[in-house]
Ligand binder design. Structure first.
Ligand SMILES: NC(=O)c1ccc[n+]([C@@H]2O[C@H](COP(=O)([O-])OP(=O)(O)OC[C@H]3O[C@@H](n4cnc5c(N)ncnc54)[C@H](O)[C@@H]3O)[C@@H](O)[C@H]2O)c1
Length: 560
């Protein structure tokens, strides 16, 4: 077994690591020393010459060079990471799965005083206010360290050793959490093979007396039944309530039936519900949780990529009525959001491909690494291959999208400003979805059309560069998204956009890409809108006879 020590600079990873290795006659590996050996320079010199980015590249190479995790039951290698090694999701995927991560935790003040006595140079902590620098690092990195077994790094080494020895019996597991944080909008947990254990822990935190699982027939088969079996093995009594599959769950009648099922089970206000399914299921179950007994806690376990990167996060719940989709709903934050990428292996190709439309949108908001990931692994995943799940690429995509959404939602829960930026590609996309009657075109597919439109508008207005636009359009081409004209007319799409404009008191806020992020603009000229529609719908650019939005004077705030 490999023991992996993580934590802030000064938490004692190297000293403790050496002692554990000695005691177990194991090999001790210090990642910083490994980097220095492989590069032939000391860490401060690498930082000085290549900057932090250069150092991180070498650090990833060093982690890769560790090879596969040791599978023997006894401790054979002890690996002390650098304080920032596990910022990189790829390093966490390599270090946390099949290894035994231990988080040496400690207060920044104590760590700072310890570092003051150390001869080692710490490039990110040296300066006037080491305790302040450490506090900031602790806030930024807490979610990456938290998956490890937490041991106080300020305890003396013997105490750490004793605490550790009692836990080593658990052994390493291929199922691993990659990120865990208690945020203002609930606990966020992302990993692989973690669903049942994370639900168990959420129920314990909520002092639940049983597990009440809400799913739909298909997600019950592919995910719910397994989670239920594990929960029963943990000792929970499990109740199951099935809603209809897909969008059919989002109907008032279903909400009433579900609430009646809860009432028959005598579910009280303190009981936590667990929703297991795609965005439609979590939207409907979330609405039930928002309204049953005026609100009960809910845990979301999304089983689609759309659910893991978007729908199950942020607290928007919704049902459809004949007059429109998502017209009735409430804000109700889940107490926990558990994204387990292992649940995505059964997802059909069309669902995967469509969800990548949303991932490209998140990349276009300014996450270059996310675009690189989709460029490298998107096509294989969209075609149904699970190798991007096994390699960790999908976990990284989920983490980048989900965490970006968490930050935006915390800053602007009720969508009065920043959260609007998530609507890149949605103005035309919604128009297309609505014109298709919300049936023939999936949301992510519509967003892909909308993205092409938004980039064409931004180009016409000189907001972005042809290079950036070309990158997004060719990525969508390769993914097979929005490559054919959708089966809707320009006028029908226009009519829905005009209705949205009316609802927005006559002034549409367009989210438009710049070269590096997005701006919100309400002064988009009619000609630019026509250019966008033509690009989205694959029409020859034509001047329309329909009314165009008059240019408005208000210019947009630059938001990111
Ligand atoms: N609340 C929000 O902020 C928000 C954001 C985006 C989308 N949404 C909503 O989400 C819904 C779309 O979500 P979706 O794309 O997840 O679709 P979905 O929930 O309809 O699921 C799509 C299909 O995939 C199946 N499925 C689910 N998990 C599976 C798995 N692991 N393996 C195999 N099949 C599986 C489902 O049975 C269904 O047939 C829409 O109703 C949309 O309005 C909400």
């Amino acid at each position: 077994m490999d023991v992996v020590l993580v934590g802030l600079p000064g938490s004692g990873k190297s000293a403790v690591g050496r002692r554990i290795a000695q005691r177990h006659h194991a090999t001790f590996i210090d990642i910083d020393e490994l980097v220095e050996r492989q590069v032939g320079k000391l860490v401060p010199a690498i930082f000085a010459e290549e900057g932090e980015a250069g150092f991180r590249r070498h650090e990833h190479e060093a982690v890769l060079s560790l090879g596969p995790a040791d599978t023997e039951p006894e401790v054979r290698r002890v690996i002390a990471t650098g304080g920032g090694t596990v910022i990189d999701p790829r390093n966490r995927w390599l270090l946390y799965r099949g290894r035994f991560p231990v988080w040496l935790d400690g207060s920044p003040e104590i760590l700072a005083s310890r570092l003051a006595r150390s001869v080692n140079v710490r490039p990110l902590v040296d300066g006037n206010d080491p305790a302040g620098a450490l506090r900031q690092l602790a806030a930024d990195r807490h979610r990456f360290y938290a998956p490890g077994i937490q041991i106080s790094g300020t305890a003396n080494v013997d105490a750490i050793m004793r605490a550790l020895e009692t836990r080593l019996g658990d052994g390493p597991s291929p199922d691993a959490t990659m990120l865990r944080e208690d945020t203002a909008i609930g606990r966020v947990e992302i990993g692989c093979g973690i669903a049942a254990a994370a639900v168990d822990s959420a129920l314990r935190r909520g002092e639940a007396r049983r597990a009440i699982l809400l799913a739909e027939p298909l997600t019950w088969t592919v995910a719910g039944a397994g989670i239920a079996a594990s929960l029963e093995a943990y000792g929970w009594d499990v109740e199951r309530i099935l809603l209809p599959r897909g969008e059919k769950a989002k109907r008032m009648r279903v909400i009433e039936e579900t609430c009646r099922a809860l009432a028959r089970l005598r579910v009280d206000r303190r009981e936590t519900l667990v929703a297991i399914g795609g965005g439609a299921l979590t939207d409907a179950a979330g609405f039930v949780a928002a309204t049953y007994l005026r609100g009960v806690p809910i845990v979301h376990v999304p089983t689609t990529l759309v659910g893991q990167i978007d729908a199950a996060l942020g607290g928007k719940t919704a049902v459809d009525i004949p007059e429109g989709k998502n017209l009735v709903g409430a804000f109700h934050q889940p107490v926990a959001f558990i994204a387990d990428v292992a649940l995505l292996t059964t997802l059909p190709a069309r669902q995967r491909r469509a969800a990548l439309g949303e991932v490209v949108k998140m990349g276009a908001l300014g996450d270059d690494r996310l675009l690189e990931l989709v460029e490298a692994d998107g096509v294989a995943f969209a075609d149904g291959s699970n190798s991007p799940i096994e390699s960790g690429a999908i976990a990284e995509m989920v983490e980048r999208c989900a965490w970006a959404k968490v930050e935006v939602v915390i800053a602007d829960e009720r969508e009065s400003g920043l959260r609007m930026t998530l609507n890149l590609g949605h103005t035309i996309g919604h128009g297309i979805e609505a014109a298709a009657g919300y049936r023939a075109i999936l949301h992510g597919e519509a967003v892909a059309y909308g993205l092409r439109g938004a980039f064409a508008i931004a180009l016409a207005m000189g907001l972005t560069t042809p290079k950036h636009s070309e990158r997004i359009n060719s990525l969508l081409d390769r993914l097979g998204l929005a490559v054919k004209p959708p089966a809707v007319t320009r006028d029908a799409v226009w009519e829905h956009i005009a209705t949205d404009k009316k609802h927005a008191h006559g002034s549409l806020n367009w989210v438009l890409p710049t070269e590096t992020d997005v701006v919100i603009r309400s002064d988009v000229p009619g000609e630019a809108v026509e250019t966008g529609l033509a690009a989205a719908l694959h029409l020859a650019p034509a001047v329309s006879t329909q009314a165009r939005p008059a240019p408005e004077t208000q210019s947009g705030a630059h938001v990111r």
